[in-house]
Design a protein around this ligand. Structure first.
Ligand SMILES: NC(=O)c1ccc[n+]([C@@H]2O[C@H](COP(=O)([O-])OP(=O)(O)OC[C@H]3O[C@@H](n4cnc5c(N)ncnc54)[C@H](OP(=O)(O)O)[C@@H]3O)[C@@H](O)[C@H]2O)c1
Length: 361
């Protein structure tokens, strides 16, 4: 196992030096905002992106900071490097950053299922952060993260036995291109009578479906990710594999259907969770109401349940519509919302980086 401390310790300021790789992207932009809002534990914060962005100035902690291009030298003196870049960029550069002594916290899908890379959610398995023989820690995917804090709390009390999940995923889960596509499509359909005959929306948006296989404005698209065997999508398998790894339940039966909806940011999920024994709604509500990082917002008679319109921009996992399954006293039905760019991505990465910084300090 690699030495957990850099030989030369934290940076000159006495605080660890942080690199944000992919600082200009959808996740990187939220990361800079989060770093400005959380306790200021870092010395230098170095912003890194592609050569296209080198020289741009971005605000972090109230200071204009110049973006530098991704090179090996960019990791000189870096203690912790967050990677918010596409898979192929992380695959090449994360091991190089780790070889230069930085602890990498990677947000891409590249290392999540590597047995030598821990997959960490600080509210669920914080201890795993120290088991990092490759010097890399992985951040789960936004869809898994949007529900796993609530499920981890219920699992700790009831013992999870099966999950059936449907997602309602926001377009920012597909990065800046996803957001740009929905905004453009909305401008093409706004104020029209479209959505009343087959193909009228498709004709209006033309070829501009961006990262999505179908129009996403005025529509729902039962697909996220890329094709895998037997009709499954990569996103669906991620939720299954990652939930099993984070909860330490390698054989947990998990069935997932991922759906894209015309929401800018905040993923929602319906969850059917079956447990070891009988459950009660009262106990489930008590657990969810007191679990760190979870907000129970559940009074449908008063019109109170979470929706992306209210949850976006907030940190917790919001849970509503808590019911016991009508035909199975061991199962619960939940509706869960989480901001995919905050807890679903940047916030969880920041929390992991803070755990590492606490070790280094
Ligand atoms: N969006 C989400 O909800 C979400 C959630 C969890 C995880 N993730 C993961 O987080 C990562 C970033 O996603 P995103 O949505 O933020 O993507 P994005 O908006 O497309 O941003 C990509 C970032 O990577 C940089 N980049 C691209 N190619 C590069 C290269 N060759 N060298 C250096 N930097 C390069 C870009 O820099 P330039 O601006 O210079 O091109 C930009 O900063 C992905 O792996 C994604 O799967 C995303």
């Amino acid at each position: 196992m690699a030495d957990l401390r850099r030989a030369d310790g934290p940076g000159r300021s006495g605080r660890p030096t942080l690199a944000v790789v992919g600082a200009t992207g959808a996740v990187g932009t939220v990361m800079l905002r989060i770093l400005s809002q959380r306790a200021d534990i870092w010395g230098e914060i170095r912003l890194i992106a592609s050569p296209r962005s080198a020289g741009r100035k971005l605000a972090v902690r109230g200071e204009e900071t110049e973006v530098v291009a991704l090179t090996e030298e960019a990791f000189d003196g870096v203690d912790v490097a967050m990677f918010d870049v596409p898979d192929e960029v992380a695959e090449r550069w994360a091991p190089l950053a780790a070889a230069k002594g930085a602890v990498v916290v990677d947000n891409s899908g590249t290392f999540r299922m590597d047995p030598e890379v821990p997959l960490v959610v600080p509210e669920v398995n914080p201890h795993a952060v120290r088991m990092r023989p490759r010097g890399i820690i992985a951040n789960p995917s936004c869809t898994t993260l949007s529900m796993i804090v609530a499920l981890g709390a219920l699992h700790a009390e009831f013992g999870l036995r099966e999950l059936v999940v449907s997602s309602y995923q926001a377009v920012s889960g597909a990065g800046r291109a996803g957001v740009a596509t929905l905004r453009q499509q909305l401008s093409l359909v706004a104020g029209t009578e479209l959505g009343t005959s087959p193909g009228d929306v498709r004709r209006a948006v033309g070829d501009s479906t961006g990262p999505f296989p179908e129009p996403v404005a005025l529509n729902v698209v039962p697909w996220a990710g890329s094709p895998r065997e037997d009709g499954w999508s990569s996103e669906e398998l991620k939720v299954r594999d990652e939930s099993r790894k984070i909860l330490g339940l390698p054989d947990l039966p998990v069935a997932v259907t991922c759906v894209r909806v015309p929401v800018i940011t905040t993923h929602s999920l319906t969850v059917h969770a079956r447990f070891e024994g009988e459950v009660t709604v009262d106990k489930a509500r008590e657990i969810l109401a007191t679990a760190p990082g979870v907000v129970l917002f559940d009074n449908p008679a008063a019109g109170e349940f979470p929706t992306p319109a209210d949850v976006v921009g907030t940190d917790p996992t919001w849970v509503g519509r808590v019911r016991r399954a009508l035909d199975d006293p061991t199962a619960l039905e939940l509706f869960v919302c989480g901001d995919n760019l905050r807890k679903g991505s940047a916030l969880n990465t920041a929390q992991i980086a803070e755990l590492v910084a606490a070790e280094l300090s």
